[in-house]
Design a protein around this ligand. Structure first.
Ligand code: SAM
Ligand code: SF4
Length: 406
């Protein structure tokens, strides 16, 4: 049975290891939110300068107390996965949430509509592995129906992050449903190393899926004036770099971008519960960039996008580009525009924050869209200015990555 209280709670793993966080009943939570909103409005009336700090949409539930507007939503569709990556999945596996407590397709759709109405323009489905969900194409089709309206600006991009294992078979169907952006994870160009890093076989399948996706993206001709246009616009390859395991392959990955119109993004290894993070396995992005410069002296930064998470670079003569996700050594919290919904329906305002609120419970208690918006707004308001530093993060409790959705 789904819980009937709104869990302004910590993650499952924390609940089991520490004293349980008391669950605040939804109605009590909503009262607190309304009171806080009234007080905030009074403060704004007294000090109009507060309004100009909160741009571009101060009244949106997606604007936090530091003025950051969150237009990018990541929704995890499952905790299941067909790989067991060493940096993501604890060796002993994760305790899966019972199916009945995960968001249904209808609940995912309702939440997405609510967020799009509030101003979200980008959605990315992740997991676990989103392609293990049979209804993924239907979920993408629904997201596509929100492009260019009917609410606000509507969605501008519909993406997935996938390990690529079953992608080859499903790619055309997903693009036909409205998929525009795809991130495929591949950490090594060596099939034996792949088996070590993912604890499963399948390197060639993933490798071939990357080429197939790149070819599809190459064929599509985006028309910015048509918000409903289908076609794959962007292919990225995510590569988590770990010292002594795959760091010596960085240059080989850069070489991939010579002929492929993709962005290879090197991701700093991040600590999550059960992934045995240690600074001896950590490679800061500056070290990777120094190495790349030795072979590609023309490597130079692109102009950063406003809410960049990746620092992108170009190299003369390469069709593709490279990027770095430096969440650990050089965080991008000041411009963070992302919110996450876990597969069990918790809103997580920061990847590294343990505080969560259950939108699933609120929906199953029959709360209206207006009440859900209040809960979302209150959670966003509580978002901290930045996450703790690298070494504190490694000590801090958080869910395993596989149950957050990267
Ligand atoms: N299964 C899909 C995949 O692997 O692409 C989507 C989910 S996965 C959790 C999303 C992304 O998070 C992947 O690119 C993965 O490499 C990245 N990731 C997982 N654990 C990580 C860690 N400890 N540090 C950095 N990136 C991590
Ligand atoms: Fe699965 Fe993705 Fe995590 Fe690897 S990174 S175990 S593919 S969810």
């Amino acid at each position: 049975m789904p819980s009937t209280s709104c869990s302004v709670a910590r993650s499952k793993s924390q609940q089991s290891s520490a004293a349980k966080t008391p669950l605040v009943p939804v109605d009590e939570f909503l009262d607190q939110v309304r009171r806080a909103k009234d007080e905030e409005q009074q403060r704004r009336k007294k000090d109009p300068s507060l309004i100009s700090q909160l741009s571009p949409s101060p009244s949106s539930p997606l604007t936090d107390s530091f003025g950051r507007f969150h237009n990018y939503l990541r929704i995890s569709l499952t905790e299941r996965c067909n790989l067991r990556c060493v940096y993501c999945m604890p060796e002993e596996g994760v305790e899966l949430t019972p199916e009945s407590q995960l968001l249904s397709r209808g609940e995912v759709a309702r939440l997405l509509e609510l967020f799009v109405r509030a101003g979200v323009t980008k959605v990315r489905y992740t997991g676990g592995e989103p392609t293990v969900r049979r209804d993924l194409a239907d979920i993408i089709r629904h997201a596509h129906s929100l492009r260019g309206g009917p609410f606000g600006r509507g969605l501008e991009s519909v993406g997935i992050t996938t390990n690529g294992i079953v992608l080859g078979r499903r790619l055309e169907g997903l693009v036909d449903a409205g998929l525009t952006h795809i991130n495929i994870s591949l950490d090594t160009l060596d099939s034996n190393k792949f088996t070590i890093m993912t604890r499963r076989n399948g390197w060639k399948t993933v490798h071939d899926a990357i080429y197939k996706a790149a070819a599809l993206a190459d064929q599509s001709k985006p028309d910015p004036s048509d918000p409903h246009q289908k076609g794959l616009r962007n292919v990225k390859v995510n590569c988590v770099v770990m010292k002594g395991l795959n760091d010596y392959e960085v240059l080989d990955f850069v070489e991939l971008t010579r002929d492929l119109p993709i962005i290879v993004r090197f991701i700093e290894y991040m600590p999550f519960d059960g992934n045995r993070w240690s600074d001896s396995k950590f490679v800061p992005y500056a070290e990777m960039l120094d190495l790349i410069r030795t072979r590609y002296p023309s490597v130079r930064p692109e102009v950063l996008e406003p809410n960049h998470t990746s620092k992108n670079y170009m190299i003369d003569g390469h069709r593709g580009r490279i990027g770095f996700i430096s969440s650990m050594s050089d965080h991008f919290c000041a411009t963070c525009n992302r919110l996450r919904i876990t597969a069990d329906g918790n809103l997580k305002v920061c990847l590294f924050g343990a505080q969560e609120v259950s939108l699933r419970d609120a929906m199953r208690m029959g709360k209206t869209d207006e009440e859900l918006s209040l809960i979302i707004g209150a959670a966003v308001m509580k978002k901290k200015a930045r996450h703790a530093g690298m070494f504190q993060l490694s000590q801090q409790k958080n869910r395993p990555m596989i149950t957050i959705g990267g």
